[in-house]
Design a protein around this ligand. Structure first.
Ligand code: ZN
Length: 188
């Protein structure tokens, strides 16, 4: 008969096995390092890594490092910041930073970014996909609603004009950042 290892009594040591943290799923406990409990995790990208439990629980480590690599190399490394990354950063600062231009029309009016997007560009990108063209920007379907997967779509300025609301200034800012005017180019 196989004997099961029973954890000590007292404050029950937390078992993170099977829990998910971002892209990581905990496989089993690993050896302790420097007196801290560590966990072997499988990342969605196929790699495995060992992470301290405290890092997982504080959401400081959410992948084997691939998220960071993707973001740094693929999305936000100057001068190659992707359009989606710029849109994501502007969206967040407008809604949360009172010093950001346009805050009065976004955060100041109660427009928020859902926590999943706030915390993760990768999540934003996986929900929204890439902007179909450089003339598309993020549009809130219900202009009184916030930035969240069910209320957002990629739309051209023409499409957005039909959806009058507060999305206009975000579009203008993004466009300016791209040094290109959509005017005259956006409609077929
Ligand atoms: Zn990974």
């Amino acid at each position: 008969m196989i004997q099961r290892i029973v954890m000590k009594r007292g404050p029950k040591p937390e078992d993170l096995t099977g829990k998910k943290f971002g892209r990581l799923t905990v496989i089993c406990e690993a050896n302790q390092k420097w007196g801290h409990r560590h966990w072997r995790c499988a990342c969605q990208c196929g790699r495995e890594c060992i992470v301290a439990g405290t890092e997982l629980k504080r959401s400081r480590t959410r992948s084997c490092g691939c998220v960071r690599r993707e973001i740094i190399h693929g999305e936000c490394a100057d001068p190659r910041k992707s359009r989606e990354y710029r849109i994501w950063s502007v969206m967040k600062s407008r809604c949360s930073n009172p010093k950001a231009t346009g805050y009065d029309y976004y955060g100041g009016r109660g427009i928020t970014v859902c926590p999943e997007w706030c915390n993760s560009f990768v999540q934003f990108l996986s929900d929204m996909g890439r902007a179909p063209t450089k003339f598309h920007s993020i549009d809130r379907i219900d202009p009184t609603g916030g930035y969240e997967p069910s209320n957002c779509r990629w739309a051209t300025p023409v499409e957005q004009a039909g959806n009058k609301g507060s999305s206009t200034s975000l579009r203008i800012r993004i466009t300016r950042g791209l040094r290109a005017s959509p005017r005259g180019n956006c409609s077929p």
